[in-house]
Design a protein around this ligand. Sequence first.
Ligand SMILES: C[S@@+](CC[C@H](N)C(=O)[O-])C[C@H]1O[C@@H](n2cnc3c(N)ncnc32)[C@H](O)[C@@H]1O
Length: 261
Amino acid sequence: MIIGIGAGDPDQVTVQAVKALGRVDVFFVLDKGEVKGELVGLREEILRRHCGDRPHRLVRGRDPERDRTAGAYAEAVHDWRRRRAEVCAEMIERELGPEETGAFLVWGDPSLYDSTLAILEDVLARPGVSFEVEVIPGISSVSALAARHRTGLNRVGRPVQITTGRLLAGQWPGDVDDLVVMLDARNAFADLDDPDVEIFWGAYLGMPDEILISGPVRQVAARIVEARAEARARKGWIMDTYLLRRGTGGDAPEPGPLGRR
Ligand SMILES: C[S@@+](CC[C@H](N)C(=O)[O-])C[C@H]1O[C@@H](n2cnc3c(N)ncnc32)[C@H](O)[C@@H]1O
């Protein structure tokens, strides 16, 4: 099973996910090491809260490092995925009995910028491997962002696009005025010089350290960059997501009650 566990708040685990957790014998975790130990801790907290008395095992594998120096991004990700599939295939083979149910807990929702489904497809394509995959959706960081800023993602009859900081840094995509940006390690929003773009930014959504900032991007970008750098230095890691909205009338209003809390 692949179970979406929400984006950081243990209360975001759905009733469907709780029922699924209660059927699992072995939980598989790819551990990213010390820095993100907090995220592994959250998974453990979810298991403590929601697995009840059912006996279960937690099996950890070491998440292989991604080659971030590689020029070809897609190839580097593909290679990383293949190496992760190796680790998962080995854990499943070694730890899961024939009648047992195994699960991967996936941050947010498994459909968004997550490779667990692709990894399990890779494992299943190997000779002699056979199991059923069930996917339980979770509350994504995108849903959490929209809810915390009390906004929708699209405007009436209009599209919304979900993209990455790397792609936004190339250029604003055509035909869309509402953009959700994830995986932005380089503050791509700070290069936008359009007076008519608003940003709704959130870091550590659903967690005790949550930070929210919103307003015309030209007015609040520097504040976000500073808050981001400070939080990253303090905690050693950051996860942030934002919505960019073009064409709302621009720079004029100061960030109101939805500003930083
Ligand atoms: C590998 S993707 C996983 C997304 C996840 N599957 C989801 O549904 O949210 C990681 C990115 O999700 C976003 N993200 C995940 N959790 C977040 C949180 N609690 N607060 C802000 N952004 C978050 C960040 O953009 C981060 O770089």
